[in-house]
Write a protein that binds this ligand. Structure first.
Ligand SMILES: Cc1cc2nc3c(=O)[nH]c(=O)nc-3n(C[C@H](O)[C@H](O)[C@H](O)COP(=O)(O)O)c2cc1C
Length: 496
């Protein structure tokens, strides 16, 4: 992979050391709306959040809901621009940042890497910088008596109870207090009572891996949950970073400032000093409870399954804390907006592995990972199939991508009309479809005949070349661009 990093532009956005700074920035730009009308935490707030998201609307602050008095913040990352801002970027800086992430993933530093690092000195310092430890932290300025003091949403009518939807769960492996070994992940948490909740970390997540180390040692596991963390920490926790990159360190890169931590009050963990709320507690070996059902990103309710229980030992908070919430459902939802930006960030990594991939889109409507549309510059027969197999075989993040459509370089892969046209005119269902059986699959996919094992389909909608076809291929019709421009100008005059 060639390194084409250019020096980072001076940060044009202000620093966002905490959620409040981000909200103030948004409010000053007219991108935050306060809702004074009563809204119920049960289901109704979901409708308002999703309606705002569909309109590319502002961050919402609910001041008059029917729960405990803390204001609820919703739709935080409901637009692409706000996700970029949370990453410390303007939207057009996302591709360059993707190049940087690609360099972090590279197993061996590519040639020129040293030079690249030397041109990003700020970044290098930030990545290697250890978080700052504070003695007094805003998040310990006050406290709450129990989880029932939080305005927790029950998002969907079929949900099994109140659900904390934006928790940043901090864990460390048994036997290590090194901050570099900490894991931060967003794992939804069902509230069981004032001092108990369920942590739903899926088996392949960092939190679950840490849990196994404590289980093996037969010891209770300390856990802390940051609610209303700063945007950089929220996004670093949600980003699938390589194992070798610490989320605490990486969030410092995004924030432009080292992460500030403070010792938790009742568990041996360091916690984000500027979060709105921190829930501290313990997961005892073997203690689980049935979690769910809850509406999930697929647009269906998950099955009820056992997950570990956390017993809360303290809740600390800032003075006048805010409660950050979101909703997960059939796309588009907030996680799918975040996912689309993350996918753009991943493109350089994919292109480094499969150079003929010009562009790749994971349609949010297809749950952000179950379908991929790939644009290639086709040069030889069979190339589309090679690309499909490379995606499935070389890149773990495509293990659960059931459908891959490959199109030519003249298609806009983010346009369903182009995809439909390519499929309708450049694909033969008997010749150009590759179906494979018994491959790994997301166990949440109930359409799979077996749990965790399912088929994949690849649709080659590229122009057939060489021995791929014996027939003359059609020629794409197009008008002279000058005529098209003249037509636009004429019609603008007639129809204005
Ligand atoms: C709002 C939101 C909710 C999420 N809920 C869950 C969840 O309940 N369980 C889970 O395992 N991952 C969930 N995720 C995805 C993980 O947070 C994400 O994949 C993260 O990168 C995992 O970090 P890890 O690789 O350090 O475990 C959620 C993500 C978001 C943004």
């Amino acid at each position: 992979m060639s390194m084409t990093l250019s020096p980072p532009p001076p940060r044009s956005l202000p620093l966002f050391p905490d959620l409040r700074a981000f909200l103030a920035h948004a409010e000053a730009r007219g991108d935050l709306a306060r809702i004074g009308a009563p809204v119920s935490l049960r289901h109704e707030m979901t409708a308002v959040q999703l309606a705002a998201l569909r309109r590319q609307g502002p961050i919402l602050r609910f001041d008059a809901h029917d729960g405990p008095t803390l204001p609820v913040i919703g739709n935080l990352f409901g637009t692409r621009d706000r996700v970029a801002a949370g990453l410390g970027l303007l939207p057009d800086q996302i591709p360059a940042f993707g190049e940087l992430l690609a360099s972090l993933r590279s197993p061996t530093p590519p040639r020129g890497m040293r030079d690249a690092w030397s041109r990003w000195p700020m970044l290098r310092a930030a990545l290697s910088a250890r978080p700052t430890i504070l003695r007094n932290a805003p998040v310990q300025g006050d406290g709450l008596p129990g989880l029932d003091a939080l305005p927790v949403q029950t998002p969907w009518p079929g949900d099994g109870g109140p659900l904390i939807t934006w928790p940043v769960v901090l864990t460390r492996p048994q036997g290590s207090e090194d901050l570099g070994d900490y894991n931060l992940g967003v794992y939804r948490a069902q509230v069981l009572g004032p001092d108990r909740l369920i942590l739903r970390w899926l088996a392949h997540r960092g939190g679950a891996a840490h849990h196994r180390t404590w289980m093996r040692a037969g010891q209770p596991m300390p856990v802390a949950i940051a609610l209303g963390a700063d945007p950089a920490l929220l996004l670093a926790a949600a980003l699938p970073l390589p194992e070798t990159v610490s989320e605490l360190g990486f969030s410092g890169v995004l924030r432009g400032q080292r992460t500030e931590l403070v010792a938790a009050r009742t568990v041996p963990l360091m916690v984000p000093a500027r979060a709105e709320i921190v829930v501290e507690g313990w997961v005892h070996p073997g203690e689980t409870a049935p979690e769910g059902p809850f509406g999930d990103h697929t647009g269906y309710y998950n099955a009820v399954e056992p997950f570990p229980v956390m017993r809360v030992s303290a809740i600390t908070c800032r003075r006048d804390p805010l409660y950050l919430s979101t909703v997960t459902g059939r796309p588009p939802d907030e996680p799918s907006v975040i996912g689309e930006v993350f996918n753009d960030l991943a493109l350089p990594v994919i292109r480094a592995q499969i150079p003929e991939v010009r562009d790749l889109w994971l349609p949010p409507a297809a749950c952000s990972y179950r379908m991929a549309v790939v644009r290639i510059d086709k040069r030889y027969p069979g190339q589309a199939r090679r690309v499909m197999m490379a995606l499935w075989g070389m890149l773990p993040q495509f293990s659960y991508t059931k459908i891959v459509v490959v199109v030519d370089g003249d298609m806009d892969i983010r346009n369903w009309d182009d995809i439909a046209w390519a499929l309708a005119t450049r694909m033969d269902p008997a010749r150009d479809v590759m179906v494979i059986d018994r491959t790994p699959m997301d166990y949440l996919d109930f359409a799979s005949p077996l749990e965790g094992l399912a088929g994949k389909i690849g649709l080659d909608a590229t122009t057939k070349i060489g021995t791929e076809t014996a027939r003359d291929w059609g020629q794409v019709m197009a008008l002279d661009p000058a005529h098209a421009a003249r037509a636009e100008a004429l019609l603008a005059g007639i129809m204005a």
